[in-house]
Design a binder for this molecule. Structure first.
Ligand SMILES: [Zn+2]
Length: 282
């Protein structure tokens, strides 16, 4: 899970143009963001939501903006960013090599887990959609960097090291200085540490901040800017500092979690993952 609330209210779910022909759609479901980059004769869709049906709903919104064929980018392997992929096929779906690998080998287990979660959350509609879902991993992969052409526009895909996961991709549109950060940056909720590498995330955030020169689109929540990225980076650095201190002193993580920079649960997740790294287990 990447956001605490299953659904958050907004007035609308329309794409909003945040820079020249770059549109962001902030969804009620999980408060998740999709960015659409439109060029001459092509468009790029960043993240595809949680189910095939949510992907189709996204396509309806895209078609109200552009008739051009799309390329898809997945920012990382988490279900709420990739499970809508099947609605977009056939097309190129870009992602980090590890994102494709995880979805190929563990995608089905992930899907079954999410069926259980949706049932437990009392969402029979989502349960049904997840039951018939076919996981579609990226079919075009990168490791560190690739530049794509979206019509006449160049768009950059960067992997800036491990952070929220081991396969985070940051998308930069240099001609209008937009950066889509995926879940390396979250607004409205603490960052999600479940699959994270906190010790590396600190450096990855510095690199995200260095590339941020205009609008920053987080994986969830309202669009932000470089200052916000720097603040969240400082919070992650603070929780890593706490992890190093408690690792040396043998303090109970549960009590340390109360004094961290995020909500207690997020602090605990971060401390556990950081300690696992310090113990050489990750
Ligand atoms: Zn995520």
């Amino acid at each position: 899970m990447s956001a605490p609330a299953l659904e958050v209210p907004h007035r609308h779910e329309d794409f909003v143009e945040v820079a020249d022909r770059v549109f962001v759609r902030r969804h009620r479901f999980f408060d998740s963001n999709t960015t659409l980059v439109v060029g001459d004769g092509g468009c790029l869709v960043i993240d595809t939501r949680t189910t095939h049906e949510q992907g189709l709903d996204l396509i309806d919104a895209i078609r109200r903006i552009t008739p051009h064929p799309w390329t898809v980018v997945n920012t990382h392997h988490h279900f709420d960013h990739v499970f809508g992929n099947s609605a977009f096929l056939p097309c190129d779906i870009w992602g980090h090599e590890r994102c494709a690998e995880i979805l190929r080998t563990e995608g089905e287990a992930m899907r079954l887990r999410m069926v259980g979660n949706a049932t437990a959350a009392g969402r029979p509609d989502i349960t049904e959609q997840l039951e018939r879902l076919v996981v579609a991993p990226p079919n075009r992969t990168m490791n560190e960097y690739v530049e794509l052409q979206v019509g006449e526009r160049a768009v950059q895909l960067h992997h800036l090291g491990r952070g929220h996961t081991d396969n985070d991709v940051v998308v930069v549109v240099p001609d209008c200085r937009v950066l889509h950060a995926g879940d390396l940056v979250e607004e409205g909720a603490p960052p999600s540490f479940n699959d994270s590498y906190p010790l590396d995330w600190v450096d990855a955030m510095s690199r995200v901040a260095a590339l941020s020169d205009g609008v920053v689109v987080p994986g969830h929540g309202a669009v932000v800017d470089r200052d916000y990225v720097e603040q969240q980076g400082a919070q992650i650095a603070a929780v890593v500092k706490l992890a190093r201190e408690t690792h040396a002193d043998g303090v109970l993580l549960e009590s340390a979690a109360r004094s961290g920079p995020f909500a207690e649960e997020a602090n605990l997740d971060a401390l556990e993952r950081a300690h696992a790294q310090l113990n050489g287990k990750l």
